[in-house]
Design a protein around this ligand. Structure first.
Ligand code: NAD
Length: 331
């Protein structure tokens, strides 16, 4: 199969080439993200392979179908950037990587939590400047604290498991509660309990119309004062303006993000010599109690290996006319 790989970075090429060594598909890498401007590059390719910030809206999908593309292969879990209904109507199949190391993302969420609580980002800068003063670096014990896990699927489950190991009380919220989560020794929260009791809230649900801005002025006002918020899921779960207000008033005690609603204009590239025009993002970065990583939670050797192997395997299944294990369709 001829595969056009969009938003291709050096590591994508390395790991996809390795995964493809025995499969023998023809891979063509494009640095550009897939969008309405770049979609012409995909003409003549059977498969388009995309990532989290590529746009596969109805217009792009229409152009892909017209150019001969028959499969859209997401090399990620989330699929909020694909119009599945339009894909179905156009006869385009869509696959994603349903599961790859949930440990990669859960462990990164824990890294962010530890860093924001113990001010590791500030300590790192201070000690490099021979400033060994401790003022402003005080954190709190995680042991005995209440951690809310919003979305108790694969990643939320592993995150909960780790937090239980720290001696935290773990309470969950999920549209579809799971027995596996309860079997860990965690439990599902009573109505209003997350706001009233959680010292830490970590988001692990997908971005859907229902979860868009699940963290907003109202939920923040009902949160425990000084709580920490961790988001390694999707930026759109958080109303960033509301979060800035909550940080300014001290209602929110700290924020650690791996994802940001407008990240498509920023992440996965070196902008260190350019002027960032997103004032909301710049305001976020100005808080001492905010840490941002650039959507790197998935970025471990184990995860990338599985992502690339699964993607190539899906293309091979498609080429052979086999059922697509990781196919997604509009519900
Ligand atoms: P999953 O499908 O295993 O779990 C998601 C959970 O969210 C499920 O239990 C589901 O029932 C629940 N859910 C769905 N709708 C909900 C709602 N309205 N309210 C509350 N819960 C709801 O997915 P996963 O593998 O655990 O991944 C979770 C998310 O993490 C993905 O959707 C993706 O956005 C994000 N992610 C981020 C990175 C990264 O690098 N930062 C990497 C992979 C995944």
């Amino acid at each position: 199969m001829k595969i056009a790989v969009f938003s291709a970075k050096r590591y994508d090429r390395e790991f996809l080439n390795a995964a493809n060594a025995s499969a023998g598909h023809q891979l063509r890498y494009f640095d550009e993200p897939l969008d309405r401007e770049s979609v012409g590059l995909a003409a003549g390719y059977d498969v388009v392979c995309i990532f989290v910030n590529d746009q596969a809206d109805a217009e792009v999908l229409q152009a892909l179908a017209a150019g001969g593309t028959r499969l859209v292969a997401l090399r990620c879990t989330g699929f909020n950037n694909v119009d599945l209904k339009a894909a179905g109507q156009l006869g385009l199949k869509v696959v994603r990587v349903v599961s790859y190391s949930p440990h990669s993302v859960a462990e990164h969420a824990v890294a962010l939590l530890l860093a924001i609580n113990r001010k590791i980002h500030r300590a790192y800068n201070r000690t490099r400047d021979s400033n060994f003063a401790l003022d402003g670096l005080m954190g709190f014990d995680l042991h005995g604290k209440t951690v809310a896990v919003v979305g108790t699927g694969k990643i939320g489950y592993v995150f909960a498991q780790i937090m239980l190991g720290f001696g935290c009380e773990v309470i969950g919220y999920d549209k579809y509660p799971s027995d596996a989560f309860k079997a860990l020794g965690a439990r599902y929260a009573e109505h209003g309990e997350i706001g009233a009791r959680a010292d830490i809230v970590s988001l692990h649900c997908p971005l859907t119309p229902e979860t868009h801005h699940i963290i907003n002025a109202d939920t923040l006002a009902r949160a425990k004062r000084g709580a920490l918020l961790i988001n390694t899921s999707r930026g759109g779960l958080i109303d960033t303006e509301a979060v800035i207000q909550a940080l300014k008033s001290g209602q929110l005690g700290g924020l650690a993000l791996d994802v940001y609603e407008q990240e498509a204009d920023l992440f996965f590239r070196d902008l260190s010599s350019t002027i960032i025009t997103d004032d909301v993002f710049q305001r976020l970065l100005s808080f001492p109690n905010v840490i941002v990583t650039g959507h790197q939670a998935f970025f471990t050797q184990e995860a990338i290996t599985t992502i690339c192997e699964t993607t190539i395997n899906s293309v091979t299944q498609f080429a052979k006319g086999l059922p697509l294990t990781d196919e997604i369709k509009a519900v």
